[in-house]
Design a protein around this ligand. Structure first.
Ligand code: ZN
Length: 217
């Protein structure tokens, strides 16, 4: 250990303990942190990227060209998406709660997205050309362009540490079925555990988020 490392060790350890007993800081879990991310066309935690690369290579050998269409998203990015949709629905004449219900069909409230964690990917198969929206359930089923990818992932994703959190399970609450969304469970499971302990309503008070006064209930 050199002098610098020694001094750093004295500073960082007590600080970490002081901040929280949880492994993951609240800021990281709600997309306001500054995580160390890697990746070329996408942003993921280093361990997740490594696992993804291995999976991508194996898929390629099976004739599937995986393409990540969404990975890490910060709170600010999610807020920009949210506010853009809010204004668009408002222009269509919807009112506050109607707008929010409409947005949360397919987008999350900023601060509550698994995509804030750097462990999540939305992916498609870049081999068959698909037109229009790519993240549609039918494209992953019944002869759709990404069915081959889904079937391959059903069999292999877990070998690389990835799971599909939004399953078809009727018992599951929350989001709709998302056959394109995968999560690196070794990290996302403990993150979810820490996330569920947060006082999320308090943490997400944000005047610049359109409609936020209606999200308190
Ligand atoms: Zn997703």
């Amino acid at each position: 250990m050199n002098r610098f490392e020694f001094i750093s060790s004295l500073i960082s350890l007590p600080l970490l303990n002081f901040c929280s007993n949880e492994k993951y800081a609240a800021e990281i879990l709600i997309g306001k942190g500054n995580p160390n991310l890697v990746g070329k066309d996408h942003r993921l935690l280093p361990e997740v990227e490594k696992a993804y690369q291995n999976m991508e290579r194996a898929a390629r050998a099976a004739g599937i060209k995986v393409k990540v269409v969404s990975s890490y998203r910060s709170y600010e990015k999610q807020k920009a998406i949210w506010n853009r949709k809010f204004n668009a629905f408002k222009k269509e004449g919807l009112d506050g709660l109607q707008i929010i219900n409409k947005i949360i069909e397919y987008s999350t409230i900023p601060g509550t997205s698994r995509h804030h964690w750097g462990t999540e990917i939305d992916m498609i198969d870049n081999n068959p050309l698909a037109e229009g929206d790519v993240l549609l359930t039918e494209k992953f089923h019944d002869g759709g362009p990404y069915e081959k990818l889904r079937i391959w992932m059903d069999k292999n994703a877990q070998n690389f540490g990835f799971i599909r959190p939004y399953t078809l399970d009727k018992e599951r609450s929350g989001f709709y079925y998302e056959p394109w969304h995968y999560s690196f469970s070794e990290i996302s499971k403990p993150m979810l555990k820490s996330y569920l302990k947060l006082d999320i309503v308090e943490l997400l008070k944000d005047d610049s988020l359109l409609g936020s006064e209606m999200l308190d209930a």
